[in-house]
Write a protein that binds this ligand. Structure first.
Ligand SMILES: Cc1cc2nc3c(=O)[nH]c(=O)nc-3n(C[C@H](O)[C@H](O)[C@H](O)COP(=O)(O)OP(=O)(O)OC[C@H]3O[C@@H](n4cnc5c(N)ncnc54)[C@H](O)[C@@H]3O)c2cc1C
Length: 384
């Protein structure tokens, strides 16, 4: 493995940081309190080309082919320079769980219809897999797609869906024949105007409040054949592929957030004095910095390794599960260590330190909980 960056990649990284500092200096405290999504910031990111990092140029993307290392370096930089973790997660979710599967599994006509609108920021897309009775056990989905003349009738409920309340297009998975089990699972691109799509209200949540989130109900929703993704029954394979890419890429921004946390915490502990000296001189405090640095660098290395594997078209089933587990757990731990090192100052919401911890907890759950990542890892290393 060679992770040395090219001049172009390093220049691009700096450009992303400059872009975020000058265009994404958002009122995150207020947006978090009011659960407000900044559509303006979303469009600015699109105009800069962020959403375009996960699709080829032909469909509005940044580069001829998707460059996983560059895309992850860019999202790491965004996480470093933009304090809106919800925005970073929302961008990543659309890029890797909506746009990327469309670019991989849809027909040229479907790609032309959906990708340019998503990449340009005029549309928001969501990925609707989880259901009330099918969370970790996601393939136990109850949503049904009944074949009728010219299309399918969808019935069912998806929940905990990022962007559900505002999505223009919903990539939804339903079963066309439950007797076939996983072999009946099929993907559909449902447009918000289609009759029988009910997008729920934005649900209040602990963190990541700057992105809308909620339920989607399909009530006798007719979806034409032309909106089916791949063949009937191909959805199982599609989700296996897209969940691997989700785990590989969706949390890259957290590496940048952890870098920012560490830099800020170091400044604070050097300035803050107790017992007549800067608190950094207490080993308990500096040990926490060491732990934060360890988490940052191990997460960063694994992120780059997974991107390196993806760039070469190699399987990253094991590595992506390890990455998702390591990154999300590391961000939670480092967010708590940051609060410990700031003391009471870190606990006061107005100081905008505790928010990272609330945002981090959600990432333990999405794209498969930590327990599920451990199951995947142990199954793979035990050849189960
Ligand atoms: C912020 C956020 C954004 C999300 N965005 C989306 C989205 O865009 N699209 C989407 O489809 N879903 C999304 N989800 C849903 C997410 O994928 C699920 O929450 C997750 O898969 C867990 O399912 P569950 O919440 O039903 O928990 P459950 O499956 O009920 O799990 C509860 C507990 O049981 C444990 N558990 C369950 N089964 C096992 C097992 N076999 N072995 C060990 N432990 C187990 C879990 O690890 C967990 O600790 C999002 C969730 C969050 C929090």
């Amino acid at each position: 493995m060679d992770f040395s960056w090219t001049e172009e990649q390093l220049e691009y990284k700096e450009k992303v940081i400059d872009f975020a500092k000058s265009n994404l200096d958002l009122p995150v405290f207020d947006n978090d309190e009011g659960s407000i999504f900044s559509r303006e910031a979303w469009e600015r990111c699109a105009a800069f080309g962020i959403q375009g990092l996960s699709v080829p140029k032909e469909y509005g993307g940044q580069f001829d082919e998707v460059q996983f290392l560059t895309a992850n370096l860019a999202m790491e930089s965004l996480g470093y320079a933009c304090r809106d973790n919800g925005l970073c997660l929302g961008l990543s979710a659309q890029m890797w769980t909506v746009q990327y599967p469309i670019s991989q599994f849809c027909t040229p006509k479907q790609k032309e219809k959906f990708l340019p609108k998503l990449v340009s920021g005029s549309w928001v897309g969501c990925h609707a897999l989880t259901e009330p009775k099918a969370g970790s056990d996601v393939y136990n989905m109850q949503t049904i797609a009944e074949k009728v003349d010219g299309g399918y009738i969808l019935n069912g409920k998806k929940h905990y869906i990022t962007f559900a309340p505002i999505a223009d297009v919903i990539l939804v998975f339903a079963n066309v024949n439950p007797k076939l089990g996983n072999f009946g699972i099929t993907g559909f691109l449902v447009e918000k105007e289609m009759k029988g799509v009910i997008r729920g209200d934005n649900q209040a949540k602990m963190g990541l409040r700057t992105i809308p989130f909620g339920d989607i109900i399909f009530e006798n929703c007719f979806v034409p054949d032309e909106n089916r993704m791949g063949g009937e029954g191909s959805g199982w394979g599609i989700t296996i592929n897209s969940l691997e890419h989700d785990r590989s890429n969706v949390l890259a921004w957290q590496v940048g957030s952890m870098q920012y946390q560490l830099e800020q915490t170091i400044q604070h502990v050097k300035q803050r004095k107790q017992f007549g000296k800067p608190i950094v001189e207490f080993q308990a405090v500096s040990n926490r910095l060491a732990d934060m640095k360890m988490r940052l660098e191990t997460s960063r290395l694994l992120l780059y390794k997974v991107a390196w594997l993806n760039e070469r078209g190699k399987s990253a089933a094991l590595e992506s599960a390890m990455l998702k587990l390591l990154l999300s757990e590391s961000f939670v731990e480092s967010s708590i260590d940051t609060i410990r090192n700031y003391g009471g100052h870190g606990y006061i919401s107005q100081n905008e330190i505790e928010r990272d911890m609330r945002d981090a907890v959600g990432t333990l759950l999405l794209a498969g909980t930590s327990d599920i990542q451990r199951n995947i890892i142990s199954d793979l290393i035990l050849d189960k």
